[in-house]
Design a protein around this ligand. Structure first.
Ligand SMILES: Nc1ncnc2c1ncn2[C@@H]1O[C@H](COP(=O)(O)OP(=O)(O)O)[C@@H](O)[C@H]1O
Ligand SMILES: CCCC(=O)OP(=O)(O)O
Length: 369
């Protein structure tokens, strides 16, 4: 394989990591574990509104990634692999997958839950294929390590699927384990990823055995979280909303933004400092809902919690993390790990595959066999 011939003992493996998000595409080039450069390509509302389908967005985002590499005077021939964020595929294993035709078909032809992360595989493949190097996804949103009991709902036709911020949640849990001088597989964590969307995951000995997705737990800066379903059924049949409008209330225009007109928590904290009581109530409700999400997953670990990890952009907020800590500290030690390390997690995963320390899985999709 060309990746092997590209490998230079003294230089290491060059890996491009690509993380397409709802409003930006983040990329970075790593040489082994060392970051050479990174860039966040912002997508404006006009572009996003006029190209709502993944099929339309992906070639433009791909070209933007290539232009960005050129801007850094980076020669793509040096790359040994490209790795993208894995999206909302049918349940897959945690870890790496080689992007193949079946995966691309599923993403382009569906059925698949719409999410920008689905483009990770497509962009990785589009950059890698002309170079003859492998394209991977790693720790996809739909990585499934659930206990059977975690899948049950009260409506037999509805099976709970494992969706959460797997990439960052596992990366932070691995880091916390490393800092405790143990392996990820030896420890138990409850992780709250608090970004534009919020998800929760229970990690038992290196596996996410239960999780609450962005529509199953707390509301977030721009998402509704779980809402009593009877009201949602009424809204669906009220004739007042299209499906797309209701979806926007769940993802995009829900949560703090729906109440306060902004999803920027720094702005909300400024409102609170200026005495806005509505903002204070809602922001504490945000903290309280995060605490409840963590509490809801505690039984998955039967209370054996080595650490509760608060991560994502909102973990930068002392106001929020202090409130959350106050509600949950009785469950276990709380670790604040602000921000995310998704690009690193992608690149390190691909590196383990290139070095032969992990094997890439082969994606199979029964719909397209
Ligand atoms: N210093 C901070 N204090 C409070 N909130 C913050 C801070 N930095 C970022 N945030 C909030 O974190 C959220 C975005 O988190 P991030 O992990 O970057 O999200 P995503 O990657 O999902 O877009 C936003 O609501 C933003 O306002
Ligand atoms: C929980 C599903 C994944 C998700 O919501 O990712 P983003 O927050 O990046 O949109």
């Amino acid at each position: 394989m060309k990746a092997v011939s590209n490998y230079r003992e003294t230089m290491g493996y060059d890996i491009l990591a690509v993380n397409p998000g709802s409003t930006s595409t983040k990329i970075a080039v790593f040489r082994d574990r060392e970051e050479r450069f990174r860039e966040e390509i912002e997508h404006d509302a006009i572009f996003l509104d006029s190209h709502q389908e993944i099929k339309e967005q992906f070639p433009i985002r791909r070209d933007m990634v290539l232009t960005c590499l050129k801007k850094h005077s980076y020669r793509v021939e040096q790359l040994c692999a490209v790795v993208g964020r894995g999206g909302l595929l049918p349940p897959v294993k945690a870890g790496g997958y080689t992007v193949n035709q079946a995966m691309k078909d599923r993403i382009l032809k569906g059925p698949i839950s719409p999410h920008a992360s689905n483009m990770g595989a497509l962009i990785a493949d589009a950059v890698a294929a002309p170079l003859g190097i492998p394209a991977y996804i790693y720790d996809a949103v739909s990585s499934d390590e659930f206990m059977e009991i975690s899948r049950i709902t009260g409506i037999p036709e509805v099976v709970r699927q494992s969706f959460c911020h797997v990439l960052n949640s596992k990366a932070m849990a691995r880091k916390a384990a490393e800092e405790a001088g143990k392996s990820y597989g030896e420890m138990n964590f409850l992780v709250a990823h608090m970004g534009g969307g919020i998800s929760f995951s229970a990690h038992r000995h290196g596996k996410i055995v239960d999780a609450l997705s962005d529509d199953g737990g707390a509301f977030s800066p721009q998402r509704s979280g779980s809402v009593p379903i009877i009201y949602i059924v009424d809204m669906c049949y009220s004739g007042k909303y299209t499906k797309a409008e209701l979806m926007r209330k769940i993802r995009g225009d829900g949560g703090l933004k729906a109440y306060l007109g902004t999803y920027d928590c720094r702005e909300i904290e400024e409102m609170i400092r200026r005495g806005n009581q509505k903002a204070e109530l809602l922001y504490e409700a945000q903290a309280y809902q995060v605490a409840k999400g963590i509490g809801q997953l505690a039984p998955a670990l039967k209370g054996n919690v080595d650490a509760i990890i608060l991560t994502g952009g909102m973990a930068h907020s002392k106001m929020l993390t202090d409130w959350i800590t106050d509600y949950i500290k009785f469950l276990g030690p709380v670790r604040i790990m602000p921000g995310e390390m998704e690009l690193e997690a992608l690149a390190y995963g691909a590196l383990r595959i290139l070095q032969g320390r992990e094997k890439a899985n082969i994606y199979q999709d029964e719909l397209y066999q």
